[in-house]
Design a protein around this ligand. Structure first.
Ligand SMILES: C[S@@+](CC[C@H](N)C(=O)[O-])C[C@H]1O[C@@H](n2cnc3c(N)ncnc32)[C@H](O)[C@@H]1O
Length: 209
């Protein structure tokens, strides 16, 4: 029997290969055992802030580290094109079955993406800029594939904002983006985990200039 996977495993990842291995065994139970049981709120919060800041021209949307497609389900914009990108084929299979994505892209975000310059009108992401997953340098490639004026709405784990250098990255790219707006929100409505149950994330919103 496989041991139940959770936050401890996720936060101890170090490489993209670690992510592939962990999410391979976590995919089938992620929505029920992790997201529902802990009232995981980040995807809903992203959808809320996306609705607050977006307009009709912010299309197509790329869900970065889409996993099982929880943001896709929340956005629920029948008229919009939402693509999912993730390194884990098993997580993407669950996302595909939800029929909320136009395209499913299996790729490592830390590498150059096979996506044209200026393609997307918006980038959304939850739970991916976090411990052991991806860091601030991924923003360079995401800016490349987003067109001028494109909207970014994504979570950064609060403990990594300075530690992983997101603060410095925003200074480095400041000529290319509007002034970022930050919102601190709880990740979970009800997670008894004593180490991470009260974690929060920084929802970051800006547009590419
Ligand atoms: C905690 S899950 C979040 C999934 C979904 N966004 C959500 O909020 O439920 C993190 C996701 O990031 C993906 N991921 C981690 N490292 C990655 C990388 N280097 N490239 C692409 N995806 C990656 C994992 O496969 C996993 O699906």
């Amino acid at each position: 029997m496989t041991e139940k996977k959770g936050l401890k495993d996720a936060y101890s990842l170090k490489t993209p290969e670690d992510s592939i291995n962990l999410y391979k065994t976590w995919a089938s139970t992620y929505d029920d055992d992790f997201a529902k049981q802990n009232d995981y709120r980040s995807p809903i919060e992203i959808a809320k802030y996306y609705a607050k800041y977006s307009n009709d021209t912010d299309n197509p949307i790329l869900d970065v580290g889409a996993g099982t497609g929880l943001i896709g389900e929340c956005l629920n914009q029948s008229a919009s094109e939402i693509d999912a990108i993730d390194i884990s084929p098993e997580m993407l299979e669950i996302a595909r079955a939800k029929n909320c994505y136009s395209k499913i892209i299996e790729a490592d975000l830390t590498k150059r993406l096979l996506i044209n310059d200026n393609h997307y009108g918006a980038i959304v992401s939850a739970g991916t800029f976090t411990h052991g997953h991806v860091g601030p340098n991924v923003l360079d490639e995401l800016l490349r594939v987003t067109r001028s004026g494109g909207l970014f709405v994504f979570t950064i784990h609060y403990k990594l904002f300075k530690k992983a250098g997101f603060d410095k990255k925003f200074i480095e790219i400041k000529k290319n983006i509007t002034k970022p707006i930050f919102y601190e929100v709880d990740v979970y409505g009800n997670n008894p985990d004593k180490d991470h149950g009260s974690d929060h994330v920084i929802i970051t919103v800006f547009r590419k200039k």
